[in-house]
Design a protein around this ligand. Structure first.
Ligand SMILES: [Zn+2]
Length: 176
């Protein structure tokens, strides 16, 4: 059984029919064919990463820089009054492609798109429980931050293994 080639990888290599706006060999940006609003732009690293957490920091920094520039030009080119910069990470979060992407949505007043979710009320106890759960992992977060504080010794972070990572597995098993 052969898997279908990745749509985003194909576009990054210059294939497909996508309306490519930008391609520097590391990052590609093109118009969404199923836009949430006119001018919906998809930005992706040329290298294949399934989810956000797999993208190297260097690549992510470059993606962010390109996204920033495109978002800036969208204001002038499309007379946008705002932009939403969105990462749908994982199938439950609405991820559309099997390749990490960012979306830039040019916004205008009363354009019919609504991201205002109903706000939940949480008790002090519920908030504290969530806080505690997250703080159990704060050592990992801080260890990561220290890795990038020169000139301390660099510790290698454990790489996410595609097969072992729950989020990736969830993505791979979608619809199965
Ligand atoms: Zn890909």
């Amino acid at each position: 059984m052969t898997e279908a080639p990745c749509e985003i990888c194909t576009i990054a290599r210059g294939g497909g029919r996508a309306k490519v706006l930008y391609n520097d060999g590391k990052v590609v940006a093109f118009l969404s064919e199923k836009p949430a609003v006119p001018g919906h732009i998809i930005v992706a690293p040329s290298e294949h990463f399934t989810i956000f957490e797999q993208v190297s920091e260097q690549t992510l920094a470059h993606c962010t820089k390109v996204t920033n520039r495109i978002s800036t030009s969208v204001f002038e080119a499309l007379q946008a009054q705002g932009t939403n910069i969105i990462i749908n990470n994982g199938v439950p979060a609405g991820q559309e492609f099997g390749h990490f992407t960012l979306s830039i949505l040019p916004r205008k007043q009363n354009d019919g798109l609504n991201f205002l979710w109903p706000q939940k009320t949480m008790s002090e106890e519920e908030l504290s429980t969530v806080e505690l759960h997250l703080k159990e992992y704060s050592t990992t977060m801080h260890a990561h931050a220290e890795e990038h504080a020169p000139p301390k010794e660099q510790k290698k972070l454990k790489q996410i293994d595609k097969k072992d990572d729950l989020r990736v597995r969830h993505y791979m098993n979608r619809g199965a």
